[in-house]
Design a protein around this ligand. Sequence first.
Ligand SMILES: Nc1nc2c(c(=O)[nH]1)N[C@H]1C(S)=C(S)[C@@H](COP(=O)(O)O)O[C@H]1N2
Ligand SMILES: [Mo]
Length: 251
Amino acid sequence: MSLISRRAALVGVGASSLLLAGCDKIVQSPTVRRTIGLGEKATMTTQRLIADRNALAPEFAASDRSPVFRTNGNVMPTSAEYQALMTGQFADWKLKVDGMVTNPMTLSLAQMRSAPQRRQTTRHDCVEGWSAIGEWTGVPLGLLLKTAQLSSNARYVVFHCADTTSGVPYYESIDLVDAFHPQTILAHTLNGEALSVGHGAPLRLRVERALGYKQAKYVMRVEAVASLDGIHGGKGGYWEDGAGYQWYAGI
Ligand SMILES: Nc1nc2c(c(=O)[nH]1)N[C@H]1C(S)=C(S)[C@@H](COP(=O)(O)O)O[C@H]1N2
Ligand SMILES: [Mo]
């Protein structure tokens, strides 16, 4: 119940300069100074890369929302389990947060709605050649991962979905930079209304720096892992496994 009752500060996964703090005497050697200089340059490059990946996706005004936000891909999971949850208006739905976490969690939709929220109006870009602007509301993924106490060995977050295509489950995965990005949320609301089934009810991922197929709908389970090997086809997502789509689909 009170798992996410307090607002935790979100932190990006950034390069730490702690390792560079050193002893003054050693720094006096010219060779060492040069080496540190190089290290500094490398650190700067990394910092820039990471800073770039932490940059926010553009956000828009309410008036920019697309009059129609189309649906795409699967629009109605057919499993008996999902159908039953849908019939019960997702009152019995539970999100699992597990894998490489110290504190696995099971959260109801009510708990997701009463946790700290982020609301963002962003543009969705599908590789099939369409875009739409919508306002999403949901729980920052980073907050969930912090609450679940992500293990230091975890490298990726996998989203297991309720839908299948010809028996193949939809899933997606992101790295920890995207997982802790401030605009990465598990959304239950689009344009002020509970997610429709077509858009991924009751919960879908919004990872705003990535293309449409990364925006997993019907998320049932969030699993922290050290490697993507052995998860379905091993390439980190339904389209990555089946059609060779890029795993890193940054925009
Ligand atoms: N579970 C699941 N998530 C999914 C898909 C899907 O078929 N199943 N399609 C993806 C693709 S290609 C796009 S463009 C978006 C479409 O989201 P929308 O239906 O809300 O527009 O969802 C993505 N997430
Ligand atoms: Mo898409």
